[in-house]
Design a protein around this ligand. Structure first.
Ligand SMILES: Cc1cc2nc3c(=O)[nH]c(=O)nc-3n(C[C@H](O)[C@H](O)[C@H](O)COP(=O)(O)OP(=O)(O)OC[C@H]3O[C@@H](n4cnc5c(N)ncnc54)[C@H](O)[C@@H]3O)c2cc1C
Length: 397
């Protein structure tokens, strides 16, 4: 058995855990970060996370503050306009299209889109520059023993770490959350998301488009050109049985169904990546902290992928925790109570809001579809409401 000491142990080396390690490392804390999985940093490798993440304005400025944005900027595609289209009517053409242009509220784009495998690659490279951060790939969190001034953390392979703060960034089935005996409330929608990238003949013009019909939205998010063709990431949400049917189709059959579902917005669609399936749930932890322990990201909250809120909420968790770590005795009860107070209310509000949007988007009842169309139009046409909504989407409370 080997025992080491560190200010912080982070369980989980997904995008949230890696960001937390970079943030606390850059602030001068010593950090041990562990993950049983080896990070996949190439899209072509098996197990690569082929999703992309749209980082909203506040997330970009946080990534800049902690020394990550400089590595990411050259790969990021700006998102200037968010377009919502409803194609639930008889003819399947768009019944209503509403454009939310970032220029209405800011001189910057809403956000920037980046592939998750690339985020992992650049974040790992950043951690290598920080001598006070140790990444143990292939090592998992097992249990923890909180004490008055520190916690003793047991890891796989017999390694033990004495740390003042343990951060659970180990995803929706968080082992840290379980060890801290924190409950979760989970809602299942019977829905899944297929994520993939496509090329298409028409340019996306940095517009991100959410197309509603029933079963869930079909969302295009701009990417850089692929082999000279305009390219977008797609998240296509449907009921589970429909996703199983779509996944069983050949690439050509799938492309043809995607073309119909997208109302041929950008013309024919050609797959540029594999297709990956993600189950859709809403989940909130009943508390964000326990003695010497804080939960962030999907360990604390999971939302359907609508409005690019998931990881952006997670970066708010990390930024808040970092501010509090600078103000308080690290890992103290006072610091952790302040974290709970600062974040839990906002998280619950956003999870409930996205849950409502997802239910409206899933509906195939004509009455509810009409209401959705009227709602999109009313929200868009009232300029102050539109601007308020855009600011709320970016993270303003
Ligand atoms: C289709 C889709 C599209 C999305 N698009 C967006 C978007 O545009 N914008 C946005 O903000 N969000 C988006 N999200 C949400 C976002 O992808 C997630 O919030 C984010 O990837 C979750 O990151 P995480 O690090 O919390 O969890 P994970 O990526 O699940 O990472 C958890 C890590 O913990 C590790 N782990 C597990 N057990 C242990 C253990 N015992 N010890 C140590 N480590 C452990 C795992 O190996 C894993 O690496 C999307 C989600 C989906 C499904």
């Amino acid at each position: 058995m080997k025992r080491i000491t560190s200010d912080i142990v982070i369980s989980g080396g997904g995008v949230a855990g890696l960001t937390a390690a970079a943030a606390f490392g850059a602030a001068g804390f010593s950090v041990v970060i562990v993950d049983p999985a080896l990070p996949v940093t190439n899209a072509a490798f098996e197990g690569a996370d082929l999703r992309t993440t749209a980082f909203l304005q506040p997330a970009q400025s946080f990534l800049d503050d902690i020394g990550l944005w400089g590595r990411l900027a050259e790969y990021a595609t700006p998102l200037q306009v968010m377009r919502i289209a409803d194609v639930s009517g008889e003819g399947r053409g768009a019944r209503v299209t509403a454009d939310f242009d970032a220029a209405d509220i800011s001189d910057k784009p809403f956000g920037w889109n980046l592939p998750n495998w690339l985020l992992r690659r650049e974040m790992l490279a950043r951690l290598k520059e920080l001598p006070n951060v140790e990444f143990h790939a292939g090592t998992g969190f097992v249990s923890l023993l909180p004490r008055e001034t520190e916690a003793l953390v047991m890891l796989t392979g017999g390694l033990q770490v004495r740390a003042k703060l343990v951060i659970g960034a180990d995803g929706r089935h968080s082992a840290v959350r379980e060890a801290a005996e924190i409950d979760v409330k989970t809602h299942r929608y019977g829905q899944k998301a297929i994520s993939f990238a496509v090329t298409h003949p028409s340019p996306h013009d940095n517009v991100s488009t959410e197309i509603h019909r029933s079963g869930g939205p079909f969302t295009f998010v701009p990417l850089p050109d692929h082999e000279g063709e305009p390219c977008s990431a797609v998240v296509w949400m449907e009921k589970g049985a429909e996703v199983n049917r779509l996944m069983a189709l050949s690439d050509e059959e799938f492309e043809s169904e995607a073309l119909t579902r997208s109302a041929a917005l950008y013309g024919s669609l050609t797959l540029a990546t594999r297709r990956m399936v993600w189950p859709i749930i809403s989940q909130v932890a009943s508390a964000l902290s326990a003695p010497r322990t804080a939960l962030v990201a999907e360990a604390a909250h999971v939302v359907p992928p609508i409005g690019a809120q998931g990881l952006n909420m997670s970066l708010n968790d990390i930024a808040t925790l970092l501010d509090l770590a600078r103000e308080h005795d690290l890992g103290s009860r006072k610091m952790l109570d302040a974290y709970q107070k600062a974040r839990h209310g906002d998280i619950k509000l956003r999870v409930n809001g996205i849950d409502a949007l997802n239910r409206a988007s899933m509906s195939n009842a004509p009455f509810l579809q009409d209401l959705r169309v009227a709602g999109i139009k009313a929200l868009h046409d009232a300029a102050p409401v539109r601007r308020g909504l855009m600011k709320l989407g970016l993270g303003a409370s």
